[in-house]
Design a protein around this ligand. Structure first.
Ligand code: PMP
Length: 305
């Protein structure tokens, strides 16, 4: 199936979407990216883009930080994305990758006096963490503190930190890394936020624990409260609390809700998805496919009927 990208203000076939070798962002990591899911609903013959505008609002906040000036509002970026997916005509689960980047063909480490561009492409993508029972390890790589590189923004250069952690974890035979914040509290996975269940409540690291404020994290907090009456506490979490939690799961656009079975060879609960985790996972799966009336406003239908 032909795929397209939006680059240099126009739609082009994906294989023709190329950038120059001197592109600033390639050398210095001066770009902001997003990851957005399009979820295929076969019954409705529709792709639903999940919390599309929130993703672009986060991208634009990152752009502000990196002094990237895009000639588009969040609504216009949404429209470009809808048009892109329509052109591609996918009938399966997809992943959308927007990138706002320093496009100047120029050398020199800086953020100012550079041109900016926006690109986006979509590609079929199924499961990210290829398991229902993720095995994790605490990484030797820590998240940077906000005055080193702000973890609240999806800055491409920052992700070398995550890549170190992911590859180290996999080399040790685990599926995913859990990184600590600079102060030693739990921060997040290499591409996911983390939740524990302690005494029937959800517990997750707070914004000041060097995390990305995930959109799935926000979704889970709201679904837990509204649908299960389960409260979420945002606070610093000790490493030992992780090993002794009753349930644990990871959340992310790519990873959805992934139950954690084991952390550093400590079995979590009975090693299967816990009760609250399983319930949330089930509700979430319906919500993102546009099957839950109450949360329809989170789902943008791509195809015209
Ligand atoms: N933390 C990191 C480091 C991530 O890269 C991601 C993926 N965007 C997340 C958390 C989860 O964020 P979201 O739910 O918005 O995808």
């Amino acid at each position: 199936m032909p795929s397209y990208a939006f680059l240099h203000k126009q739609f082009v076939p994906l294989e023709e979407a190329k950038i120059g070798v001197m592109t600033h962002a390639l050398h210095y990591g001066t770009a902001i990216f997003e990851g957005i899911r399009g979820n295929w609903n076969s019954l409705k013959q529709q792709v639903y883009l999940f919390r599309l505008k929130e993703h672009y609002q986060r991208l634009l906040r990152g752009c502000c930080l990196l002094r990237i000036n895009l000639p588009y509002t969040a609504d216009e970026l949404c429209q470009i994305t809808i048009e892109l997916v329509r052109k591609c005509a996918f009938k399966e689960d997809i992943y959308i990758r927007p990138l706002a980047y320093k496009s100047s063909q120029a050398l020199g480490v800086r953020l100012h006096d550079l041109e900016d561009d926006f690109l986006v492409f979509a590609t079929p993508w199924g499961r990210y963490l290829d398991t229902d029972k993720c095995r994790c390890t605490i990484s030797s790589w820590r998240r940077p503190e906000a005055n080193v590189i702000p973890p609240q923004a999806k800055i491409t250069g920052l992700y070398i930190n995550n890549a170190f952690a992911k590859t180290e974890a996999m080399a040790k035979g685990f599926d995913e890394a859990i990184m600590l914040a600079p102060d030693g509290h739990i921060s997040e996975g290499s591409g996911e936020n983390i939740f524990l269940v302690i005494d029937g409540k959800l517990v997750t690291p707070a914004s000041y624990n060097s995390i990305l404020i995930g959109i799935t994290r926000d979704t889970v907090i709201k679904l837990a409260q509204n649908e299960l009456g389960v409260e979420t506490i945002e606070r610093p979490i000790d490493r030992s609390e992780l090993y002794t939690a009753q349930e644990c799961f990871l959340t992310g656009t790519a990873a959805h809700i992934t139950p954690v079975a084991e952390i550093d060879h400590y079995q979590i609960g009975d090693g299967k998805a816990g009760k609250i985790t399983a319930k949330l996972k089930k509700i979430y799966a319906e919500v993102i496919k546009g099957n839950h009336q109450k949360y329809q406003s989170w789902c943008t239908a791509v195809y015209k009927k």
